[in-house]
Design a protein around this ligand. Structure first.
Ligand SMILES: *[C@@H]1O[C@H](CO)[C@@H](O)[C@H](O)[C@H]1NC(C)=O
Length: 316
């Protein structure tokens, strides 16, 4: 008995020793070989840069929500001189939510770095994270003004509802970008970003699902109503059909058409929906038009794809 456990612990010691000695070289190899712009086909560059818009939005919203400050304090170089966000602030979060949102925040900082190690990227665009901007989106989702106006920073449930607005859009964008990518490094990066964005969305949805039928005070509405309305708004703004669904759905939209609970969104085969950059811009601008900035991006997104539509707008 004693001999066996001695052997076992010796084995574990040597295994962990060899894992530890492998780690640094494997890690640095990953970055020196994996992240180099010259290794990325030209046709992939814009597609890899575009999601920086959403990663900036997520990083700033989660950092402010958890800490009360954003990249300007956490990692100013990542902003590359782009203007500070408007209206972000520390949310009134319970311990669990605050812990999770802070993890999300640092994950987004990592995503910004991962993209910028692969492609040149661009500075942070102007972002609007003000409570009044979120309130406008929610009013639009319900087709009437809520009274009092929705405040994303007021409590954990409100912050999770506001968060429901964000990683999911990035997720569908990564699914949409993937088949257009040529290079192995680009595909590896996008798959990796997609994995974690999906995970964030799943955590947000699961936390909300637990409260799906609870009132969102002081409104006569439950959390599932917010999810359904926000998803409906995104489907309308995207102008490309049903690609977004709430926490509870008509049975025909549930997995295998068999169930109304919908903790994760997916098509009729439960495969994630895909969106183009144009659809994403229509949604995050809140205008339904990739040429008309607004919403989270009062001056529009940055990078070639977003700018190509802003340029068109100026001609008219
Ligand atoms: C989007 O906005 C542009 C610029 O204002 C306009 O020319 C275009 O017709 C709009 N597209 C739609 C579908 O409304």
């Amino acid at each position: 008995m004693a001999t066996t456990s001695f052997l076992a612990s010796t084995a574990i010691f040597f295994i962990s020793l060899s894992v530890v000695s492998l780690l640094p070289s494997a890690h640095s190899a990953d970055f020196s070989v994996g992240y180099k712009e010259s290794a990325v086909p030209k046709s992939d560059l814009d597609l890899l840069e575009f999601p920086l818009n959403l990663e900036y939005l997520e990083a700033e919203f989660f950092l402010f929500g958890a800490l009360g400050y954003g990249l300007d304090k956490v990692d100013p170089s990542l902003a590359e001189g782009g203007p500070s966000p408007i209206g972000g602030k520390k949310a009134n979060l319970d311990t669990l939510t605050s812990d999770i949102i802070l993890q999300f925040a640092y994950q987004e900082v990592g995503h910004l770095k991962a993209i910028k190690k692969t492609v040149k990227g661009f500075p942070r665009p102007q972002l609007d994270l003000s409570a009044s901007m979120f309130a406008k989106v929610i009013d639009k989702a319900f087709g009437k003004p809520l009274n009092p106006p929705f405040d994303p920073y007021a409590n954990s449930i409100n912050f999770l509802i506001a968060s429901y607005l964000i990683p999911y859009v990035g997720l569908t964008g990564y699914v949409g970008a993937n088949p257009k990518l040529q290079g192995a490094i680009s595909k590896r990066l996008v798959a990796g970003l997609l994995g974690v964005e999906s995970g964030q969305d799943a955590v947000i949805r699961a936390l909300l699902y637990e409260h799906a039928t609870d009132d969102v005070s002081p409104y006569q509405l439950v959390a599932a109503d917010f999810a359904e309305r926000i998803s409906g708004l995104r489907n309308t703004l995207g102008r490309s059909g049903w690609k977004d669904e709430g926490l509870v759905v008509p049975v025909e939209y549930g997995a295998e058409g068999k169930i109304i609970g919908n903790v994760l969104a997916g098509d009729k085969f439960s495969v994630a929906f895909a969106r183009t950059p144009e659809e994403i811009l229509r949604i995050v601008y809140g205008s339904g038009n990739e040429s008309i900035p607004g919403g989270f991006f009062p001056k529009g997104g940055n990078g070639n794809i977003a700018k190509s539509y802003l340029h068109t707008a100026k001609l008219y």
